[in-house]
Write a protein of this length. Sequence first.
Length: 189
Amino acid sequence: MILKRKNSLKKNKTGHLKTKNSKFERVENFKYLGIILNKNNTNQTDLQERIKNANKTYFMLQKFFKNKNTSKKLKLRLKNTITEKTLAYASETWTLTKGDRKQWNIFERKVYRRILGPVYENEKENWRILTNKEIYASVKKPTIMEKIRLKKLRWFGHVQRMEENRIPKRVLYMNLGTTRLRGRPRNRW
């Protein structure tokens, strides 16, 4: 995969890199250590894949979430240990947009609504779903966005304590000495 600001294929139009014994195909994106890397150097496809995988684990566990004999405490532990770990793997280095945060919060509230179930109103004599405020008041746990923020802060502290010659610390304070292109810069970590 070739990472460039401008999408050009002037050289090597076949898209392959050839060495003595091997031939490497040019790709738009690939999965490396559980993270999807793409040529635009954005994490949108990786975030979508994370939500999709967390959704799969949610639906695999749905019979436990629907079961009325299972306690809410156990359901919340299942959600925290399995679904959130799938969702927030390697989230320390992500730059999340407002839309990404919104998608993640929607997914989290969907799972909480399944776990907590509907509420019966005596005045209207009908069932209704919980509002967002009611969900967070009853759960009393940090949201997925707060947990990701804490993971980022923990990683930053880890890098700060590293020796000066370590690569992550050098990259954090690296000055490339180039000028920026025109337009609004993308968010950074």
